[in-house]
Design a protein around this ligand. Structure first.
Ligand code: S3P
Length: 166
């Protein structure tokens, strides 16, 4: 089977859904944030602070280009669609799935997630997060082959919808 690439905003469930999908399909999950942390040798928050977002996006682009041929489920970071180069790259891939959700629900999930410090969302106001979110919406849409609305759905239901599509 071709790989499945999950894209979407922070809190969309890319890691959680990716993990479940990988279990169900008996394959591997490749999680961008984990790969990135290993590559940069520090937390994403520290990297943003020391080297800035531009530099982070460069590393992220390298990770995308190296990992897209991997077998299994690829859970990307929320900002992967910011570079046009990456969007074009994603469009060429077969199974790119945009996990979409209402902003309120995304914010709720990000706030609940105490494990990850996200420089663009943690300790930010709802308005600040909305400012990051709105311009990205069309970018996720244009990069994905399938869009799955995850609002108010359980992970198992979302996984089944993905399996019905690919
Ligand atoms: C980011 C999303 C994060 C992480 C970094 C930047 C973004 O990944 O890559 O904090 O710009 O949306 P998740 O979407 O997995 O939280």
């Amino acid at each position: 089977m071709e790989n499945i690439v999950l894209i979407g905003f922070m809190g969309a469930g890319k890691t959680t859904i990716g993990h479940l999908l990988a279990q169900k399909l008996n394959t591997k999950q490749h999680d961008f944030d984990e790969i990135l942390v290993e590559k940069i040798g520090m937390s994403i928050a520290d990297y943003f602070e020391r080297f800035g977002s531009e530099s982070f996006r460069e590393v992220e682009t390298n990770v995308l280009q190296q990992s897209i041929q991997l077998e299994g489920i690829i859970s990307t970071g929320g900002g992967i669609v910011l570079k046009e180069e990456n969007r074009l790259f994603l469009q060429e891939n077969t199974n790119v799935i945009y996990l979409k959700a209402d902003l309120d629900e995304l914010i709720h999930r990000v706030v609940l997630d105490k494990r990850n410090v996200r420089p663009l969302a943690t300790s930010k106001s709802h308005d600040e997060i909305r400012e990051v979110y709105l311009p990205r919406l069309p970018l996720y849409e244009e990069s994905a082959k399938y869009v799955i609305d995850t609002t108010k759905k359980q992970p198992e239901e979302i996984v089944q919808e993905i399996l019905d599509k690919v």
